[in-house]
Design a protein around this ligand. Structure first.
Ligand code: NAD
Length: 322
């Protein structure tokens, strides 16, 4: 039993992780920036902004003071990838030497194209543990059955995080393939978009799942070229998450693909809805070029979303590469 585990970011994933680990620790310190949300969680036991109908466990204590995490044995970072560097640059002055940082953000750093564990290492000087899987937040908040892959170069850190997460209902697959687990989380966003486009343009199902097969194999090839283990794609972070994000209407990336497949273009500035997946496509296109990788799935999403090529025409180019 741990005494204090921190979670930074009280959004969907932060609440989900808190509800998952709370059986294995005396206290979960859930950091939220807004004092009003902290007060509301601590007094009502509900995160009204995200899950107004699900009561949170009593040992989840919200705080808006990062210093409350100074004795945390583990800290889960449940933040957008764009904020990980900035938050780590603050945390490094607060956390203990033994504290393990766990990244849950599925993205690469814009500009540097670095993985989040690389960003965390640069900022805090310690190897991060990474978590990725078919983790629909609301299901984890409800404490139904879920799973995730975790990876870390440091075996002791990995065992610690495995202990913190594992329960009868939450299954964990631990490995040392940090690169593989992180890239699965990134590439699955591209796959969700490509499958969304196919759905939006109402391509027949035989065709959709034929290209899905190609995509799955391309994911393995890509991860190997990036230095990861191709078999990691068969784990929860790969197969499980790819299927979840590509076939269910719960993913924002999938929705982005469906809209473009229907030739509906969202004005992000006017609507206020940001599609992070667009950045991922641009970053992945650059990375493929850098590593000399020919990936039909990345090209397809780039053609439709960035170059705005007619999806039917782009699909035929994709199909021709099968
Ligand atoms: N939602 C999921 O099912 C899910 C599953 C797996 C992984 N993730 C990953 O978890 C991360 C968070 O996703 P989410 O769905 O919870 O998003 P979200 O928007 O629901 O929550 C993010 C939270 O981070 C807070 N935040 C932003 N910048 C911050 C900062 N500088 N300091 C402190 N808090 C800050 C926001 O206020 C918000 O509450 C993403 O990177 C995503 O890839 C999400």
């Amino acid at each position: 039993m741990f005494s204090n585990i921190g979670v930074v970011g009280a959004g969907a994933m932060g609440t989900a992780i808190s509800q998952t680990i709370c059986d294995n620790t005396q206290k979960v310190s859930l950091y939220a920036r807004r004092e009003e949300l902290v007060d509301s969680i601590n007094t009502t036991r509900f995160n009204k902004d995200y899950f107004p109908n699900i009561r949170l466990k009593d040992n989840i204590i919200a705080t808006n003071d990062l210093n409350d995490l100074k004795d945390a044995e583990i800290i889960f970072l449940t933040l957008p990838s764009s904020t990980i560097r900035e938050v780590c640059s603050q945390l490094k002055y607060i956390i203990s030497q033994d504290c393990v940082l766990v990244n849950t953000a599925k993205g690469l750093e814009k500009g540097s194209q670095k993985r989040m564990s690389e960003v965390i290492m640069e900022e805090t000087g310690r190897p991060a543990c990474v978590l990725s899987g078919p983790n629909i937040a609301v299901e984890m908040v409800e404490r139904t059955f879920s799973s995730a892959s975790i990876a870390c170069e440091n075996k002791q850190y990995l065992e610690k995080v495995e202990k913190a997460l594992s329960t009868f209902r939450f299954k964990v697959s631990a490995s040392c393939d940090v690169i593989g687990v992180e890239y699965c989380g990134v590439i699955k966003n591209i796959i969700a978009i490509s499958q969304g486009i196919c759905e939006g343009m109402k391509i027949n199902d035989n065709a959709r799942f034929s290209v899905f097969t190609k995509t799955y194999n391309e994911t393995k090839d890509m991860i190997e070229k990036f230095g990861g283990n191709r078999n990691t794609v068969d784990d929860y972070c790969g197969f499980g998450d790819i299927i979840t994000a590509s076939t269910l209407n719960v993913s924002r990336n999938h929705t982005l693909g469906v809209l473009y497949g229907q030739r509906i273009v969202i004005d992000e500035k006017a609507s206020g809805v940001l599609f992070e997946g667009k950045n991922t496509i641009v970053i992945m296109k650059k990375l493929c070029k850098k590593h000399n990788i020919d990936c039909a799935t990345v090209d397809f999403t780039y053609d439709v979303i960035i170059n705005r090529i007619n999806p039917k025409k782009a699909f035929e180019i994709f199909w021709d590469k099968l």
